[in-house]
Design a protein around this ligand. Sequence first.
Ligand SMILES: C[S@@+](CC[C@H](N)C(=O)[O-])C[C@H]1O[C@@H](n2cnc3c(N)ncnc32)[C@H](O)[C@@H]1O
Length: 244
Amino acid sequence: MILHRPIGAISFALRNHRRGMAYSARTMDPVIVGEDRRIVAPASDRNKQPILNRLLEIFPADAATDGRVQVLEVGSGSGQHAAHFAQGMPHVQFMPTDIAEDTFDSIAAWCAGLENVAAPRVLDCSSLDAWSTVPEGSCDGIFAANVCHISPFSATSGLLAGASRALRPGGRLCIYGPFTTDSGKHTSDGNSKFDCSLRERNANWGYRDVDTDMKPLAAELGLDLTSRFDMPANNFLLVFLRPG
Ligand SMILES: C[S@@+](CC[C@H](N)C(=O)[O-])C[C@H]1O[C@@H](n2cnc3c(N)ncnc32)[C@H](O)[C@@H]1O
């Protein structure tokens, strides 16, 4: 493994690096960069199978309205999730996106040879103009992992608003990550400390609350929070339905 230049302004600004290993300035997760500019985020390796197990229930093969189940991913990052999910769900067509192109080499490296993954595209989920490039009602599913707490709230509100337009009736938005519940209750001390450290780093970042942020805003936008799955490492998978 060779550590290449830092991946850039947007995100994976790499710090404290030794050969082949660095730390994401945003998550403080270790990130390994390979010769093909493949990023390895160990957290994604740990959570990808538990998430896939849920996605298989949420997007079964018969959820497709037209050919494959069309799932757009927001904030794809390294591309590890897209690659793992595409292999585990051959009936799904994945469309990875991110706010900037810095990680697209990594997404391409992870997804090489997977014919059910589209080329990555730029999509800033906080921008309704950006969402207007996604045809209305074209998605059976939208998936985002670890985006809402490491971005301004406009990314979360834009994600919900964009999904309410891009999902077909009956489609589902799945948001994975750490959240508080019941007006700011943390699920662990570690989450509470991490939330504080995020807010110290950027006053606009921080955990969102399932009950006071996510559910009411989604409802205003016509999305129903139908499931809140407990996931390993005190994370949640929130599932929102665009009613049919
Ligand atoms: C912590 S990383 C998570 C990456 C990946 N989803 C995962 O769980 O391993 C957050 C990702 O969200 C992206 N992101 C941040 N703000 C965004 C926005 N407004 N629109 C789209 N993506 C955004 C970042 O570029 C980054 O790739």
